[in-house]
Design a protein around this ligand. Structure first.
Ligand code: ADP
Ligand code: ASP
Ligand code: MG
Length: 818
């Protein structure tokens, strides 16, 4: 004998009921002896609760909910059952529904809904279900009959979660099955007291019914048919990468279900465990898939843990006080008092100082728990030996579960480092004495992030998803997105790194997609489905999504965006950016950002601020981190100015060289933004700060390159007119230099703690002499590189190299976040 249980998800529609019948017919055809346990059609139990509660409030809309329940069943019959058999079945269904309607009406009159009445109302879901399924099976040629489990399962009168009297129940079941020929389609979830009052076994209780029947009949196995491929490493609705487990021990299954995996109702394990009957969890919508076998012992030691479960809502209570130290019996008094008030304790931790006991409960039990404690410790609280109990709300429990944990060190370390790196605060920790689980109490808002990141670190150890939020899709941003798209497959294959662009914002529109925006068509998607850009909203949304391993990429040069950096880092999101404004703005902000990133164990990186894709800041930091000391820095730091001075050889006037550079797009729209030296000043400031100097932009000594009239000209055209007047001067400077065998370069330097930039004439012995095109060059003199400085040279501007620099930083952050 096998007992097959079909959950609400498996009997929720005409198609799924047909699927259920096919599974049953297959078993029958194979000559197997089976019994079937059914749930209410999917969603019906919730609707019954809804109708009952509305009726209790005398809210006439309960009738609408009732009508919906009625409609759903009648509609299903009309499609499922052949026309000639319909009226008979509809009559039976109507009979049940009339009774239900009367009860609801009664509730609406007396405005009272006792747990006892609620159980009676809920029983209609399973009763209607078994009628429907057995009728359809008969039509399919499988002789079957609906069996009302209330006639066999005897319980106490704890309505809503009744306890089973196994002796009586087992006897009843065995007796009943002795005499029945037809396939029994048994109502799950319900039982009755010795006086015939209807009871339920708790939400999800049909699983339990199946186990009760299996144990009573000494069945060969129980099959729980649901809508997923078995017990999975985590809830697949929350963790898209969860996968199904081939096998679990009874103990593991118990832990996983206790910690919230809805796929199996926790009490289900007990009756079959004692008789060593295996449970198979199977998918009605994928019947060929083997699913999960739950049985004695485990096999397969592939992963140190088997699964991650969660309890969404808990409250954490803390009892503490000096009067608790060394006093025996406090915890036993506490937990006895809680038991008296029927408060179920989910998790307990006690500090070794014995100064406090912390425990988690269902938030709905909070008033009862507070009252129990108040009563039990009344005198101690009055005499201040024990403090009034404190309560923390909006928390969840996340538990990792598995037998192999017992033999594997470092499991908790992995769990907590994954939580820590994602900025998730742990309010309490507990490890089951059996070492079958480690659970952490965390803020409810972080649950999704926690589940995904912990799942990733245990089950996909060499596979990581990085969530990117990209602001600015101009030249650099656009190129970056292109580069990411081109490289995505290789990164996934070679580095097991999945870069998911979850948010994109440009000046007009912004777009989010948790599953990752398709980068082959992001422009059209953004135009077609994006909403108007609002930076505050973008950042808010990013924080609310609260995804693990998030990186914010600012490809703008906007002063608005940098205002958000602090709050972004404070939300444990790393930043990479070519935007110089934050790292060259007020020192306090620069420092605050660095400290915030450090505090949260994340990264704030801006390598592309200096020398675009060249590894300038990384080298500087590596030198300092390894104990070297920076003596001086010199550099040609502007690709634009480099281009202008490397091209200017006297063959055309200086102003013409600038005009050409502008026409080629090498300068800012107003070339003075380059020629006024500010851009270079910011870069040498950033270098100085990274070299350890506390400095502001005003401290950089800029020897003006151009006369006042040029810099103050009212328009770009006027500027060029003024610049022409300056052609002669600069040509003189160039010729003088040339006469000495030298060339003109704009050189930024840091020496003796002073930052400066000026136009200098340099000879062939100087490394800056040979620069060409838009090359940048930076030389570091350090304690180690004293005689010959360390020199970095290469293209220091351009969208391709800058975007590549940002990309490299994204990957370096990803590796760090592992
Ligand atoms: P049924 O109606 O068949 O009893 P349930 O909704 O009660 O189905 O349980 C199945 C659901 O349990 C799945 O759809 C899934 O979302 C959820 N679930 C939660 N945790 C897990 C897990 N670890 N493995 C599989 N499913 C899980
Ligand atoms: N129908 C009941 C519920 O929704 C029992 C079950 O599905 O297991 O809780
Ligand atoms: Mg269920």
């Amino acid at each position: 004998m096998k007992v097959l249980k079909f959950g609400g998800t498996s009997v929720g529609s005409v198609e799924s009921i047909r699927g259920v019948a096919a599974i049953i017919m297959d078993k029958k055809a194979a000559g197997e002896e089976i019994a079937v346990v059914n749930s209410a059609m999917g969603g019906i139990t919730n609707m019954l609760i809804d109708a009952a509660e509305r009726a209790c409030e005398s809210d006439a809309t309960y009738k609408e909910v009732f009508a919906e329940i009625e409609q759903k069943h009648i509609d299903t019959v009309k499609v499922l059952i052949d026309i000639e058999a319909q009226s008979n079945i509809i009559a039976q269904i109507k009979l049940l529904l009339n009774e239900l309607e009367d009860i609801l009406y009664g509730v609406s009159l007396i405005k009272e809904l006792s747990p006892r009445t609620q159980d009676l109302i809920l029983s209609f879901g399973e009763r209607l279900g078994s009628l429907l399924i057995s009728s359809f099976l008969n039509q399919c040629g499988v002789q079957s009959e609906a069996l009302d489990a209330r006639n066999l399962i005897l319980t106490d009168k704890t309505f809503g979660g009744a306890k089973v009297d196994f002796e009586e129940t087992n006897y009843n079941i065995a007796q009943h099955f002795k005499k029945c020929e037809a396939l029994q389609v048994i109502t799950g979830f319900i039982g009755a007291t010795d006086r015939g009052a209807t009871t339920t076994l708790g939400r999800g209780g049909s699983d339990y019914t199946a186990a009760i029947f299996a144990a009573a009949l000494n069945a060969e196995s129980v099959e729980i048919w649901t809508d997923v491929d078995g017990v999975m490493t985590s809830d697949p609705r929350v963790v898209s990468e969860a996968f199904s487990l081939p096998s679990l021990s009874y103990e593991e299954a118990m832990e996983i279900s206790h910690f919230g995996a809805k796929v199996i109702y926790p009490p289900t394990i007990q009756p079959v465990y004692s008789k060593n009957i295996p449970i198979f969890i199977k998918n009605t919508f994928n019947p060929e898939f083997p699913g999960t076998k739950i049985s004695q012992g485990t096999n397969g030691k592939n992963y140190p843990i088997k699964g991650i479960s969660t309890i969404k809502d808990v409250s954490l209570l803390n009892l503490q006080g000096s009067g608790m130290i060394g006093v025996s019996g406090v915890s036993s008094r506490l937990f006895s008092a809680l038991a008296r008030y029927s408060v179920n304790v989910i998790l307990i931790t006690q500090a070794s100082s014995e100064h406090s006991i912390c425990f988690a409960i269902d938030p709905k039990d909070r008033p009862a728990a507070e009252q129990a404690i108040e009563e039990e410790f009344h005198t101690e609280i009055l005499s201040r030996k024990i403090d009034p109990v404190t309560v923390e709300e909006n928390l969840s429990v996340m538990a990792i579960i598995g037998e192999n944990m017992r033999h594997t060190p470092g499991i908790s370390g992995k769990l907590f480092s994954s939580l820590g790196k994602n900025g998730i605060n742990v309010a309490a920790i507990a490890q089951g004495a059996s070492e079958l689980n480690v659970s952490a109490v965390i803020p409810k808002r972080d649950l999704h992030k926690a589940l995904n990141s912990v799942h990733e670190s245990f089950f996909l150890s060499n596979h990581k998803t990085i969530n990117l939020f990209v602001v600015g899709t101009g030249l650099i941003g656009g190129t970056l997105l292109e580069q990411i798209q081109r490289q995505a497959a290789t990164l996934l294959e070679k580095q097991h790194l999945r870069l998911k662009v979850v948010g994109i914002a440009r000046s007009s529109k912004m777009l989010f997609d948790d599953n990752g925006i398709d980068l082959s068509d992001w422009k059209n998607t953004l135009d077609a489905t994006g909403e108007a850009t609002d930076l505050d909203l973008f950042v808010e949304k990013m924080k609310t999504l609260n995804l693990s391993n998030s990186i914010f990429v600012d490809n703008t040069s906007s002063a608005e965006v940098i205002k958000h950096y602090y709050s972004i880092l404070d939300a444990s999101v790393s930043i990479t950016t070519p935007n110089k404004l934050a790292s060259s703005g007020p020192y306090v902000y620069y420092e605050q950002l660095q400290k915030t990133a450090f505090r949260h164990g994340i990264k704030y990186l801006f390598e592309t601020n200096v020398g675009a894709g060249l590894p300038v800041l990384t080298t500087l930091n590596d030198l300092r981190d390894s104990g070297d000391e920076i003596i001086s820095i010199e550099g040609v730091l502007s690709g634009t100015l480099s281009f202008i001075f490397n091209t200017y050889d006297g063959s055309v006037p200086f102003s013409q060289v600038v005009k050409d550079a502008k026409a080629k797009g090498f300068t800012e729209p107003d070339p003075r933004d380059d020629l006024n030296g500010m851009d270079v000043a910011r870069k040498i400031l950033i270098l100085s700060r990274e070299a350890g100097h506390v400095m502001e932009i005003g401290d950089v000594d800029i020897v003006p390159l151009l006369p006042e009239q040029c810099l103050n000209a009212p328009s770009v055209d006027a500027f060029f007119t003024e610049l022409e007047k300056f052609d002669k001067d600069i040509e003189t400077q160039r010729q003088e230099a040339e006469a000495d065998g030298k060339v003109l370069r704009i050189i930024a330097s840091l020496e003796d703690g002073k930052a400066k930039l000026s136009l200098q004439a340099v000879g062939p012995e100087n490394p800056f002499y040979g620069l060409s095109g838009s090359d940048n060059m930076i030389s570091f003199r350090t304690n180690r590189y004293d005689e010959r400085p360390l020199v970095i040279k290469g293209p220091g501007a351009g969208a391709e190299v800058t975007a590549a620099g940002v990309f490299a930083e994204i990957i370096s952050i990803s590796n760090f976040l592992a």
